[in-house]
Design a protein around this ligand. Structure first.
Ligand code: EPZ
Length: 420
């Protein structure tokens, strides 16, 4: 896989893009396929590194996985293992949600602590406490966790915070629990509803997804199913912000309009004109961009933490100062140092939780390192709006979540090629 990308912007964007399927929707649905010994088909899947890693995890467990034209067919007839191999846990944090599915299917699972983007503390205590409350035993030694529970029991689990991953993991595990499981203070992100719909198609009873109380009822006979993954709301936000950075007009097809209210509102606050239809967003970017005096990230339906790094380069060109406070993760401004190399003037305050962005800056191309997935995508936005050529190193982070990166940049009117 290529790891260095050269990018040059060419001014205003006039483009129409077909959005990729949702990364964070696809991964839990792939884990869910382990709950059924027949066939589960997922359509509209993005061809990105994290999906390929998830496919490798499934194969390592004995499932067969066939990928063709954004469609994945998974057959999990006979599993041969219940442990998630160390390498995959290190590569991708979402590997952890295979634990809930394996616990349900095999009555046991084991793994080391998950890796993934370095964006602050990312414990999994809510996940493990939830397994315990369902009656599983959890043993942790060094970095290894072993979870066993052949007879899980439905119960009421109150999450200390609305964690997306913990909600997904506990939904998956509780499909095998006797009786009903209720998850309170559950995450309300659209990806939870995506997993719930996929599980319903398989025959499980899931109610209340999209609210903070989810009820799960297992079933004895799962069925073959097909689920179509919606468009990726964070990728949609990424390309909209590219257009805001460069001016012009962008049409996004296959966009999950309903789950993007907070992001579209921010684009409008900056002066963008938005028009939405059922699955389409049209943006006309302003010539003069208004700053955002204050914005904080929050769990859904608030402004997504995944979008805040993407906003930073855009606010560098706003006419005035902006302030963004990160309230979900403890350390998610690592891309600021890279943007500073390109001429950004951003000051991090409040113990690393707040970024104050001075507007009116013209960024210039240079060599930068992608610090994580969304921070890396922020560098693409910056590079497209910068004067000259930018070389982005460590793009493996970006390829975890975005497909066809140089091709998309070219569709947006920019120039992009991989460097050896
Ligand atoms: C999911 O991560 C997403 N990843 C992240 O997107 C996203 O940023 C995040 O949700 C928040 O929306 C996937 O869906 C694969 P959390 P997740 O558990 O599930 C604390 C991207 O770029 N917490 O909701 O790991 C945690 O420390 C990725 O696509 C605990 O304390 O996030 C954090 O402060 C990056 N204990 C907060 O909750 C736990 O057991 C929210 O984390 C679990 C979480």
């Amino acid at each position: 896989m290529c790891n260095r990308l050269q990018v040059r912007g060419n001014g205003p964007i006039y483009a129409r893009l077909q959005l990729q399927g949702s990364k964070n929707g696809t991964l839990p649905c792939m884990a869910a396929a382990l709950l059924h010994s027949g066939t589960t088909v997922l359509e509209g899947v993005p061809m990105i590194a994290d999906v390929l890693t998830a496919a490798e995890i499934l194969r390592s467990l004995g499932a067969s996985v066939h990928i063709r034209d954004h469609c994945i067919t998974i057959q999990a007839g006979q599993l041969t293992a219940s442990d998630i191999p160390r390498d995959f846990m290190g590569r991708m944090r979402s590997s952890v949600i295979f634990m809930g599915a394996l616990l349900a299917r095999c009555g046991e699972t084991g793994a080391v602590s998950p890796g993934g983007c370095v964006i602050g503390r990312r414990p999994i205590d809510y996940h493990l406490d939830g397994f315990r409350q369902m009656g599983a035993s959890v043993v942790q030694k060094d970095d290894r966790m072993e979870v066993k529970g052949r007879k899980l029991k439905g119960c009421v689990i109150v999450l200390p915070g609305p964690s997306v991953g913990a909600t997904e993991n506990l939904m998956l595990a509780s499909t095998a629990a006797e009786g009903i499981t209720i998850i309170r203070n559950a995450a309300r992100e659209p990806e939870i509803t995506e997993l719930a719909q996929c599980l319903r198609n398989m025959g499980f009873g899931i109610y209340g997804d999209g609210t903070s109380e989810i009820v799960i009822r297992g079933c004895n006979e799962t069925v073959d199913s097909v689920y179509s993954i919606p468009g990726d709301r964070i990728a949609a936000g990424t390309w909209l912000l590219c257009c805001m950075q460069n001016r012009g007009e962008l049409v996004l097809d296959y966009a999950p309009v309903e789950s993007m209210a907070a992001v579209l509102q921010v684009v409008q606050r900056m002066g963008g004109e938005i028009h939405t239809e059922k699955n389409r967003i049209t943006l006309k970017a302003p010539d003069r961009l208004k700053p955002i005096d204050y914005l904080e990230t929050a769990p859904y339906p608030g402004f997504p933490t995944d979008m805040q790094s993407l906003l930073l380069p855009v606010l560098c060109r706003a006419e005035g100062s902006s302030c963004i406070r990160e309230r979900v993760f403890s350390s998610r401004f690592r891309t600021v140092g890279e943007l500073e190399k390109m001429g950004a003037d951003i000051c991090i305050t409040d113990g690393g939780q707040c970024a104050r962005i001075r507007g009116g800056c013209r960024l210039h191309g240079t060599s930068v390192d992608a610090p994580d997935l969304r921070g890396g995508a922020a560098l693409i936005i910056a590079a497209l709006g910068a004067e000259g050529i930018t070389v982005i190193n460590d793009t493996c982070h970006i390829q975890r979540g975005y497909e066809q990166i140089p091709e998309t940049i070219r569709l947006l009117g920019g120039e992009a090629c991989w460097l050896s």
